[in-house]
Design a protein around this ligand. Structure first.
Ligand code: GRG
Length: 295
């Protein structure tokens, strides 16, 4: 199967699962559930669930269980998008090609939809259907909380907002912010598959290092797309970073330098998968896709 077909396949499986997990029929507060579905089921690449599924496959974990971990992670990712788009943060009107959640509903509903997506992620992970062994579920819960929380993605967002007030940023500062803000969820996506597989510390470390390179390459590509792409292509507003005074890799490397850096990180990520041979080819394709993508 080609990489694109594999990515599409996982996206379809995740959407079927999210559709079941976020059921309006069983909801006691249908409006918030509808807003959660509006954001979570909108067209996304589902890259993070794809990484969970691939690391689980390479290390020998069950596919359905990996999809549940991927669905939980996608809920956290979608909550971060809903809250990031709010007037108090990026104040965006367009996301995944549709009006943002607070535009389609209202601000209070969007806040609650984000909260609901964050919370349901842990409900999915903690359910025995995710893994029969409670210690595996506890470890998944701990690592997901660490990567999403105040010393992970939330902390990265806080540092990013604070950096907007400054006029210049150095490389270490930008890397520190981005490795929390976007890198941490990629870290969990690859380590989550390893935890499910009850893999040893070497495999976990290999997946973490791969995630680190890929996460950084993803963020550089995101900065490049913000400049080179259009709202139609991206499904969200562009040229926002400079406007907001955000700390980006383009400021430091220039456009061509940033492209080279992203490719070098993807190559490095691919090399790190040498111990897994041909089994890891789709994961290598994913690293290359991240820097060549157009949305
Ligand atoms: C509000 C707690 C909180 C955190 C927000 C990750 C984040 C922190 C905000 C998202 C804003 C943003 C555009 C960040 C840049 C990287 C990123 C997460 C891009 C979107 O991810 P994709 O390309 O999106 O995987 P799709 O729609 O394909 O899922």
């Amino acid at each position: 199967m080609t990489f694109q077909a594999a990515l599409k396949n996982t996206a379809n499986e995740i959407e079927v699962m999210l559709d079941e997990l976020l059921s309006v029929e069983t909801s006691l507060a249908p409006r918030v559930t509808e807003a959660m579905r509006y954001s979570a089921l909108a067209q996304g690449k589902r890259l993070r669930p794809f990484f969970v599924s691939e690391s689980a496959r390479i290390l020998g974990a069950d596919h359905q269980q990996a999809l549940r971990v991927g669905a939980a992670l996608e809920c956290i990712h979608c909550y971060s998008l809903v809250h990031d788009d709010l007037p108090a943060m990026d104040d965006d009107d367009l996301r995944r090609g549709k009006p943002t959640c607070h535009i389609a509903y209202d601000e209070a509903t969007a806040i609650l939809a984000g909260d609901g997506l964050l919370t349901v992620a842990f409900e999915i992970i903690a359910d025995p259907a995710t893994h029969a062994d409670g210690s595996v579920r506890a470890e998944l819960t701990l690592e997901l909380a660490r990567s999403a929380g105040h010393n992970g993605m939330v902390g990265g967002q806080m540092l990013d907002l604070a950096a907007e007030q400054k006029h210049s940023h150095d490389l270490d500062e930008i890397i520190a912010i981005q490795s929390l803000k976007t890198g941490e969820l990629f870290r969990f996506s690859l380590e989550g598959g390893a935890i499910l597989a009850q893999a040893g510390s070497e495999d976990r470390a290999a997946m973490r290092t791969f995630a680190d390179r890929v996460g950084l390459a993803f963020q550089i590509a995101d900065d490049i797309l913000d400049i080179e792409s259009s709202p139609e292509q991206l499904g969200k507003a562009t040229q926002k970073d400079a406007e907001a005074g955000k700390a980006t890799f383009i400021d430091l490397f220039g456009l061509d330098g940033a492209k080279q850096k992203a490719r070098a990180l993807a190559d490095e990520a691919c090399d790190l998968l040498a111990p897994y041979g041909d089994k890891a080819e789709t994961l290598r394709d994913a690293a290359r896709f991240i820097v060549e993508r157009k949305n």
